[in-house]
Design a protein around this ligand. Sequence first.
Ligand SMILES: [Fe+2]
Length: 250
Amino acid sequence: MSSLNRRAFSQGIIGSTLTFSLLESLFCRNAFSDEIKPLAAAWLAELNTIGNDIKNRKLTQVEWQEQVEKLMAKVNLTELMKFVDFEKLTKNLPLSDRGERAVSKRFPEVEGLPTKLVFGHQIFALKKNRSVAPHGHYNMATAFLVLKGDCHGRHYDRVEDGEDFMIIKPTLDQKFGVGDYSTVSDYRDNIHWFKASSPSAYIFNIHVLNVDANKTKGGRVYVDPFGEPLAHGYIKAKVLSKKQAYDQFG
Ligand SMILES: [Fe+2]
């Protein structure tokens, strides 16, 4: 190849690369409006920072709950819903006859939001009168935020674990409408139960797993909160299998 041809060839490659980069950045810019992208990304980035803080023990689990609740209180739902692609994710989504249907999609890669997040996320979709059955968690901090519809939400403190029961105490029992939220940790409001009271309901869920690296047990534990009433508002609640819980409450 002559030096002239070589130069022309190189310039062509560079030209194509530039065109591609330009198209790519234009596409990215069009995918989200300029106002929506940074606000939702900043909010999620803050959630990620708080998540790192609980893992690194800069925050206790209860402090994490307080911080997350403060953040939830200032969420811009419209922008968050666009960011998580709510319409596309839930359009024509068949709802389960028992319990929740979970859907999730990777967040778009945008400036200011780490690509590797410390928290997992999903949207729970519920049909009217169907529930995320009453359950607690091991070694997990989690939050619910209602995106659409209404729910009856209940929380309980998990005071003591027995062989096949636990002692719980009601802490929260209220209607959750759009924008309402609650949190769970091993130390406060560990049991939660959400039942849709509108034709459909959609809940944004985030969760930090393995909060304490020294603990190995994880996952959910299901209970029947309509257990044996004890003194001072405590309840002896039977531990249920997942099937029992969803047959009874899902
Ligand atoms: Fe949960």
